[in-house]
Design a binder for this molecule. Structure first.
Ligand code: TEU
Ligand code: CA
Length: 562
């Protein structure tokens, strides 16, 4: 079924409110030069696939010069394409080829820290009087006496000693990722100039890595939401993002609704929107970290999403996501990996794409790609490897550590994109840098494109609907049956229409509750989308429309014009 894709006018402020973005992890997307590593020409070769899906922008994880300690989130030159991904000419070609298809390129900006191989840091650690020394955060100390007991996100202390200086430098992440000192105006000036370089190259937006951590204050033990954060963001916006068409999204693990109103204020004084993670943290033990698993409570998820939908309505803008390069695959995490993989992948997509905000699809999500289970020595991500070592040393049972890793490792998202069932999944014609999920012979783009019932075509419809139905972008949000443990349903409404989204978040059939059945969209609306073949609205809308049984993981959209 052909879907007509409306191309957005990108010159208009707020175009990203009708847009759907696709995240590419370049290293794992498509290899073009037979070295087993994804690259820019590989992305160019897949633009028609993304155009067919109907997305409006690509958020690319960093492809800049980097020693690859953290797969490119340790940048050693902000204005140079790393040769393993290609050249600046390839980048310019990608921007141009994407633009021809109405696709904007969104660059990942890592402004909180650089690589320890960045020339600024190489200069900074030469001596305390070096002009670049204060580009970073230093504290005097001795080998036995750390400045304080702050810990780094990837394990170990947040301080590393440089004996020649008799000082420690601060790093919230890896030892090889020294934090930039945002209190130094010279640092901010350098970063703004770098942003202008990329805007002038035709970049139409930015994703800002751990942006809520840039105003760190290590003496007070502060990493996120530091005292000068919104002052810096207003300056960043004014100095870096002058053009109204720029779509900017900040990664803010510490965001709550009140802070998100600042980040995504309608006057765009800071950013366009924010990635908040309160929903993502619901299936971990309270007060613990992501490795300490807990079952997901559906009512908690529903109330969290309603809190964000209602909290930002008219006062900010949500991003909508369940996957990214740091997260396990959602169909394995909250869906059903086995019998109902397709239905649950579509259910999860439909529940989020029906909400107000800008959806972000992570590469392979549109295929229903799943997690992997590997022996510990095959994991590549430093966060995972360090976690294993740290917990082993703390006396954790290795089998328990592996259960956490299977469920949460970032490597779940970094297996190669599964293009076909041929050797190396069509990603490359040589052994890739990291593993390919063994289920690539069953789950791949080639199969999906040949199957009208695939997750791909379902996502294609979701993306098209967002542009066809104004109520999805602008309508109000009302959660239905908030306490129901299996039904996830809500109403979107504006002055002339109502959209009812009703989903069964479980592996058993369930009768649609009365509170939903009495909605006008159910009583008088049209079934415009369903993830069950026999419910295809064209062939069988009457029977489907009146059915009060939701099948396992079934989701339906009912649309009613007032
Ligand atoms: O992630 C920030 C971050 O906090 C997550 O990596 C988090 O530590 C964990 O992965 C999920 O609980 C950003 C980037 O997305 C990530 O890939 C980088 O490793 C990190 O910053 C440092 O740049
Ligand atoms: Ca390559």
């Amino acid at each position: 079924m052909a879907v007509n894709h409306i191309k957005l006018d990108k010159s208009k402020k707020g175009w990203w409110k009708s847009a759907v973005f696709y995240q590419v992890y370049p290293k794992s997307f498509q290899d073009s030069n037979h070295d087993g590593i994804g690259d820019l020409q590989g992305i160019i070769s897949r633009l028609d696939y993304l155009d067919q899906l109907g997305i409006d922008g690509i958020w690319m994880s960093p492809m800049l010069q980097s020693p690859q300690v953290d797969n490119g989130y340790d940048i050693s030159d902000y204005q140079a394409v790393d040769s393993m991904f290609g050249s600046m000419a390839d980048m310019e070609q990608l921007i141009a080829e994407a633009k021809k298809r109405g696709i904007s390129i969104i660059l990942d900006l890592v402004l909180n820290h650089t690589s320890d191989q960045h020339r600024w840091f190489l200069e900074a650690k030469k001596d305390k009087s070096n002009p670049y020394h204060d580009y970073y955060v230093w504290r005097d100390g001795s080998p036995e006496q750390l400045p304080n007991d702050m810990r780094a996100a990837f394990g170990g202390p947040a301080w590393t000693y440089v004996p020649e200086l008799g000082q420690y430098y601060f790093h919230q992440f890896a030892v090889q990722q020294p934090d930039l000192n945002w209190d130094n105006p010279a640092v901010r000036r350098e970063l703004y100039d770098m942003i202008r370089f990329w805007v002038n190259k035709g970049i139409e937006g930015f994703r800002l890595d751990v942006i809520d951590q840039i105003a760190k204050n290590p003496d007070l033990g502060i990493t996120g939401n530091g005292p000068r954060l919104h002052e810096f963001l207003r300056e960043l916006s004014a100095e870096g993002f002058q053009e109204e068409y720029l779509a900017t999204v900040g990664e803010a693990w510490g965001a709550d609704v009140e802070r998100a109103k600042l980040y995504s204020a309608p006057d765009c004084s800071e950013l366009s929107m924010v990635f908040q993670f309160q929903h993502i943290c619901l299936d971990q033990q309270p007060g613990k970290d992501k490795w300490d698993l807990a079952p997901l409570s559906l009512p908690a998820l529903k109330k969290c999403m309603a809190h964000w939908q209602n909290g930002l309505e008219g006062q900010g803008w949500n991003s909508l996501f369940l996957n990214n390069h740091d997260l396990p695959r959602i169909v394995s995490r909250w869906g059903n990996n086995q019998e109902y993989r397709l239905e649950s992948a579509k259910l999860l997509g439909a529940l989020f794409h029906g909400m107000q905000g800008t959806p972000f699809i992570y590469q392979g999500e549109e295929l229903g790609m799943t997690n992997v289970k590997l022996p510990i020595e095959e994991y590549e991500d430093l966060e995972t490897v360090n976690l294993y070592k740290e917990r082993l040393a703390q006396g954790y049972n290795p089998a328990d550590i592996m259960e956490s890793i299977y469920a949460r490792s970032r490597d779940n998202a970094r297996t190669m994109m599964q293009w076909s069932g041929e050797t190396y999944a069509g990603f490359s014609d040589v052994e890739p840098w990291f593993i390919i999920n063994p289920n690539y012979t069953e789950i791949n783009a080639e199969k999906a494109l040949a199957d009208e019932n695939s997750v791909f075509y379902f996502y294609q419809k979701l993306i098209a609907l967002r542009k066809q139905l104004p109520v999805i972008r602008d309508g109000s949000f009302t959660l239905l049956c908030p306490d129901d443990e299996q039904i996830f349903a809500y109403i979107r409404e504006d002055s002339n229409s109502q959209l009812l989204v009703a989903g069964n978040f479980g592996a058993t059939g369930i009768v649609i509750p009365e509170e939903i059945q009495k909605q006008s969209a159910f009583l008088e609306g049209e079934l415009i989308l369903s993830n069950y073949r026999k419910r295809e609205y064209k062939e069988d809308s009457e029977a489907a429309k009146d059915s009060v049984m939701l099948e396992p993981y079934e989701v339906r959209y009912y649309y009613w014009k007032k």
